[in-house]
Design a protein around this ligand. Structure first.
Ligand SMILES: C[S@@+](CC[C@H](N)C(=O)[O-])C[C@H]1O[C@@H](n2cnc3c(N)ncnc32)[C@H](O)[C@@H]1O
Length: 196
């Protein structure tokens, strides 16, 4: 997956990394910022996604499609498709541009809207990356876990940098007997759950 990352994907990743860096220092409002995962979390996602069983791959919170590209590297390896949800029109437009430039449109479906309105349509989820507003994590978790295949993997971002806000959902996941779960100190902290 990484040897090498296809040129068009690598260039778009670098472009979005620079936009994200600028966002954080130039006073761009929180809702407008890309708020992307760091590259090491991207690699972590690629490896986990490549190890997931067959089934539906989902991402909740696309932004400009940066994390989507890391998951897509695994999809290219295993001929999987990925569905990603983005609620904001401007971000969805940027993401469409990302998938067009990188020629990933054939494996990625972008749904513009609130992921919570769609999640109950998926019944064989094998991989899900959750990276939306923190207020919706609990609801998304409850919609995804019952519909995951055995061995399916859910990763939720911000488990350390937003620990206090996410604590109810994190505590629930860590005690949930339907999954094996832990928090991995990489990037902003990743909750990783594997469906039993
Ligand atoms: C932290 S950013 C995602 C960053 C992206 N995963 C990355 O690393 O490149 C969160 C995104 O989730 C979107 N979002 C928030 N709540 C959502 C929801 N209920 N459904 C779909 N998208 C949502 C926001 O508009 C924002 O673009």
């Amino acid at each position: 997956m990484f040897h090498p990352i296809p040129q068009a994907i690598k260039q778009r990743m670098e472009y979005l990394e620079e936009l994200d860096r600028q966002d954080r220092i130039d006073g761009t409002s929180r809702m407008e910022r890309l708020r992307q995962i760091p590259p090491e979390t991207g690699k972590f996602l690629s490896i986990l996604a490549a190890s997931a069983p067959n089934g539906e791959f989902l991402e909740i919170g696309t932004s400009a499609g940066y994390s989507t590209m890391w998951i897509a590297l695994a999809c290219q390896l295993n001929s999987n498709k990925l569905t990603t949800f983005e609620i904001l029109k401007e971000k969805a437009e940027l993401a469409r541009e990302t998938f067009r430039i990188t020629k990933l449109e054939n494996i990625i479906e972008l749904i513009e809207g609130d992921a919570r309105d769609y999640l109950s349509n998926y019944h064989n989820i094998s991989f899900c990356f959750l990276d939306a507003e923190k207020e919706v994590y609990g609801e998304c978790y409850d919609l995804v876990i019952p519909n995951m295949v055995k061995g399916g993997i859910l990763v939720a971002d911000n488990a350390i940098n937003h620990y206090e806000t996410l604590k109810p959902m994190l505590d629930k996941a860590l005690a949930d007997e339907r999954v094996d779960a832990l928090i991995v100190p990489i990037g902003k902290g990743e909750l990783v759950c594997r469906k039993i």
